[in-house]
Design a binder for this molecule. Structure first.
Ligand SMILES: *Cc1c(COP(=O)(O)O)cnc(C)c1O
Length: 380
């Protein structure tokens, strides 16, 4: 049988066709009125997508660059930071704060679970000098959604800013930056934003700008201040990834036209369809508080998860992700974000059922597909 290639891993994700075409246009110089006009619109549209009135800074780097920028611009060596772990990406925050010599406190959440906001509240009461809480919107390694809105309410009542890694979520997973009182949201281009890897973004609230003034850590390329000053002139401090910005403009045009509420609703529906499909096949989810942009499915006992993940690729042309570290071989992670649609989801569910069958674990594929389709067909 012939199978199309389908990229259904949580990043990089398929690229929107309009964005691919936009990035193929001839190069132009970045210090021109023509390019400034593009950037001006991009900076405005980013605010719409981030649901914030604050400036959104744009960096030429992968998402981790903007995570590092957040630490370097917000923290001090004589004030502690609080890192919420519980997955690869929560852990990354702690690796970065440590690399910068920031005294780091951690809240360790068991993988698969979301943080209990009461623990954060208690911590900040005991350590009010904490400069920032670092957490994750969509913890891609476990497919858990942390309660960002609750954390926003807690931190807003303190002198601590809330910094959220929204790299795999932003543009799919609901994130209402201003309404939820999040100070800094980080995004990356290659996940729900539907364009190739290479751009990172960070929204920065007024409260966060006060922290930027106080910070005593070294920074140059990733200076928030420098980027902010350039936004006022519709430009960037250094040569930006011009072609990626053309692509980003095309993706943002589409997102702004669709509207963030519709985008969130669509991802919520697709997420629920996947979860119900998985459940109807008699399989279970790894995440106790799952995100809508990806699903981590527990691999049934007796099945080699590494083999199953490989089989998606070799037998069905589908790229998904496996588990990392302690859950290596124990889960498969299927993304459904950005430029992916219900039929991509059904393809993944079908391949999951077929793959498990070939590895000796029969499931009711029809029940899974039926349950997912039922959710997709529900009246809004
Ligand atoms: C993908 C991802 C990252 C890493 O981003 P890079 O672009 O690879 O630097 C960070 N955090 C989360 C939640 C992610 O999903």
């Amino acid at each position: 049988m012939f199978y199309k290639r389908r990229l259904l891993a949580p990043g990089p994700t398929p690229v929107l066709e309009d964005a691919l075409l936009a990035s193929a246009r001839p190069m132009i110089h970045h210090r021109t009125d023509e390019f400034n006009a593009v950037l001006k619109q991009v900076f405005e549209q980013l605010k719409t997508v981030f649901l914030t009135k604050s400036p959104v800074l744009l960096f030429t780097s992968s998402g981790t660059g903007a995570m590092e920028a957040a630490v370097a611009n917000l923290c001090r060596t004589d004030r502690p930071a609080l890192v919420i772990r519980g997955g690869k990406f929560g852990e990354r925050w702690g690796e970065i704060t440590k690399a910068y010599g920031v005294p780091t406190d951690v809240i360790d959440v068991p993988w698969g679970e979301a943080v209990d906001p009461a623990l954060v509240e208690k911590h900040l009461k005991a350590k009010p000098q904490t400069s920032a809480v670092f957490t994750t919107l969509s913890e891609t390694s476990t497919c858990v959604a942390h309660p960002i809105r609750d954390l926003g309410a807690i931190t807003r009542a303190t002198d601590t800013v809330l910094v959220v890694d929204g790299i795999s979520g932003l543009g799919g997973q609901e994130c209402r930056t201003d309404e939820w009182q999040v100070d800094v949201v980080i995004a990356g281009s290659q996940k729900a934003l539907m364009i190739p890897p290479g751009l990172a973004m960070a929204s920065v609230s007024d409260r966060a700008w006060a922290k930027v003034k106080e910070s005593n850590l070294p920074k140059y390329y990733f200076s928030f201040d420098k980027h902010h000053k350039n936004i006022a002139k519709d430009t960037t401090p250094y040569t930006p990834a011009v072609s990626l910005i053309f692509a980003l403009k095309a993706a943002l045009d589409r997102m702004v036209a669709e509207g963030m509420d519709a985008i969130f609703e669509r991802h919520q529906r697709l997420g629920r369809a996947m979860r119900e499909g998985v459940g109807a096949m008699g399989l279970t989810l790894f995440a106790k508080r799952p995100v809508d942009v990806a699903t981590a499915v527990n691999v049934p006992a007796g099945v080699d998860g590494g083999k199953l993940k490989k089989m998606f690729e070799t037998d069905f042309g589908i790229t998904v992700a496996g588990g990392q570290d302690a859950i290596k071989g124990k889960v498969v992670r299927i993304a459904h974000m950005g430029y992916m649609d219900p039929f991509d989801g059904l393809a993944a569910l079908g391949a999951l059922g077929m793959g498990l069958g070939r590895l000796g674990h029969r499931v009711d594929i029809g029940a899974g597909m039926g349950a997912a389709m039922k959710v997709i067909e529900e009246k809004p």
